[in-house]
Ligand binder design. Structure first.
Ligand code: SAH
Length: 230
């Protein structure tokens, strides 16, 4: 039997995923048993009555840091003391920036564990000793790793067989090759006549796309991909 790809997500805001994972492509992938998403509340692994998961940084400084021991405890339980093999990703603004190539690599793992930080971030030992990769979704700072986790789940799910309606959609996409973007796409209406500031305009479609000449269209698109490359 084919294995269902499992995503374990460690977070202090489990409900943040409720609507996003219950719609569209992700819901379809779950319903078709292509993926399984298990959300784990890190507060369930806290070691005090306040359910705290963070503490002050050694050496001083602003904010709170997520504790190593709590994340370790959660991972140990979730991965059944190491019996379940999983590729562990920790999200951080200082990590290696996510690319389509990363998603292509990760789609091969049966089990992925995604650790979402909050506050000022996560104890560095989680990055050094527990995680396989430290990943950033871009060169900016968010308030938490939950949106990055949604991005990774969606980015991988759409690459899996049976998820997209038309598998050809994956063939000529932006970023399939590094730096190469898909050409701009058009649909009806062929001519659009907007009126802006009392001026009647015509917004048309590149004629070549209407020509029916497949070779010319392919060449045109090729040219456009290269233009977008810069
Ligand atoms: N003090 C940290 C930022 C903490 S933001 C720094 O200067 O690097 C809190 C959490 O949000 C992080 O632990 C991480 O899990 C998540 N996060 C913030 N920006 C992110 C990004 N660009 N990519 C991935 N995760 C991010």
């Amino acid at each position: 039997m084919k294995k269902i790809k499992t995503f374990n997500i460690l977070t202090i805001y489990p409900t943040i995923f409720d609507s996003y994972f219950n719609l569209a492509l992700i819901k379809k992938a779950i319903d078709k048993k292509i993926i399984k998403i298990k959300i784990h509340n890190l507060r369930d692994y806290s070691v005090d009555n306040y359910k705290s998961v963070d503490d002050r940084p050694y050496g001083g400084g602003a904010g709170m840091i997520m504790r190593l021991d709590i994340i370790f405890k959660a991972i140990k339980k979730i991965l059944k003391n190491g019996k379940t093999k999983s590729h562990i990703i920790v999200f951080s603004a200082k990590g290696k920036v996510l690319t389509q190539q990363s998603l292509e690599k990760w789609k091969k793992y049966d089990n992925l564990t995604l650790i979402c930080g909050r506050f000022e971030g996560i104890d560095q030992r989680v990055v050094d000793k527990i995680a396989d990769e430290e990943v950033s979704i871009g060169e900016y700072v968010l308030a938490g790793g939950e949106i990055p986790a949604m991005i990774v789940v969606e980015g991988i799910a759409r690459l899996l067989k049976g998820v997209l309606g038309n598998i050809d959609s994956l063939k000529e996409e932006s970023h399939n090759q590094k730096g190469i973007m898909e050409a701009g796409q058009y649909t009806r209406p062929e001519k659009f006549y907007p009126q802006i500031k009392n001026k009647k305009l015509v917004w048309g479609v590149p004629k070549i796309l209407l020509s029916g000449n497949h070779k010319a269209i392919a060449e045109y698109r090729n040219q456009k991909t290269k233009i977008n490359k810069k």
